[in-house]
Design a protein around this ligand. Structure first.
Ligand code: SAH
Length: 251
């Protein structure tokens, strides 16, 4: 049997938010490849299936290993947290396969990404146009990150900040907070979600002026509202502009 690769997003953490299609693809696989933390999150799924895991920043090695397994005839599942096509493994595996002359069947399966998980916990902050920006300067220069952030803020997008901080690069987050305050003012609603749909989950809603003092880490995502975002009854809501009165033309 010829080998194949399925690139699978496993959702925000808890298996009940991993799509049924992703689970059946995992069950059909003969080897599972992934970042060790994500493999641990799916530990109880198909425990008999062999796994190949490694650490952070070893994505290229992991993707090459997946391709090598497929060449040997394995049905390979490559797992990424959230959605594999959003700061995940999908692009890298597809790019490497383009360099490869063997025909390996490949499929990308969607998952619930951190921004949809966090938005649901915060209320409805992404009802209108929004942008996702990663504050990690591992593969993108910090000047590019700041240029995109300023542009998104000026364009009145709600903004989701992935990878907001790590122990190594707190400075980028602090500069990002200053750029946002400069462009949007201090009173813009923000939401911070840590460990969405995992046991350590926490959800906080506040103002941009408070963001730089909020406690956040690698397991956190920040959503900054747009000009139509309000905080009401403990939720962040970005209004789409529907008329809400009884005689509204929308009913
Ligand atoms: N492919 C993933 C993103 C990987 S980048 C996805 O689609 O969600 C890693 C970043 O995603 C983290 O630093 C954090 O900002 C965010 N993230 C991933 N899972 C999260 C969760 N359960 N809760 C909050 N943020 C999360």
């Amino acid at each position: 049997m010829s080998g194949s690769i399925r690139i699978i997003g496993t959702g925000p953490g808890n298996l009940s938010w991993c799509a049924p299609g992703a689970i059946s693809a995992l069950e059909k696989s003969t080897v599972i490849v992934g970042y060790q933390t994500y493999l641990d999150q799916i530990a109880e799924l198909c425990p008999q299936t062999p796994r190949y895991g490694n650490g952070m920043r070893r994505e290229v090695e992991r993707a090459k290993k997946a391709i090598a397994f497929a060449r040997e005839g394995h049905q390979v599942a490559v797992v990424s947290g959230g959605d594999a096509g959003i700061y995940g493994m999908a692009g890298l595996v597809l790019e490497l396969l383009c360099l490869d002359d063997t025909a390996i069947e490949v499929e990308v399966l969607p998952g619930i990404t951190a921004l949809t998980a966090a938005a649901a916990l915060l209320g409805a902050p992404l009802m209108s146009d929004f942008a996702a920006i990663s504050l990690s300067d591992y593969l993108v220069p910090s000047e590019t990150i700041f240029r995109r952030l300023r542009a998104a803020a000026l364009a009145d997008f709600a903004i989701c900040l992935y990878n907001p901080t790590s122990a190594r690069r707190r400075g980028i987050f602090e500069t990002a907070c200053s750029i946002l305050i400069e462009t949007l003012g201090e009173a813009r609603p923000v939401g911070l979600v840590r460990a969405a749909f995992r046991p350590a989950q926490s959800v906080q809603i506040g103002l941009l002026s408070e963001l730089s003092r909020m406690e956040l880490g690698m397991d956190s995502i920040v959503i900054v509202g747009n000009s139509a975002t309000k905080i009401a009854r403990g939720r962040m809501i970005s209004s789409r502009g529907y008329r809400l009165t009884e005689n509204s033309a929308n009913f």
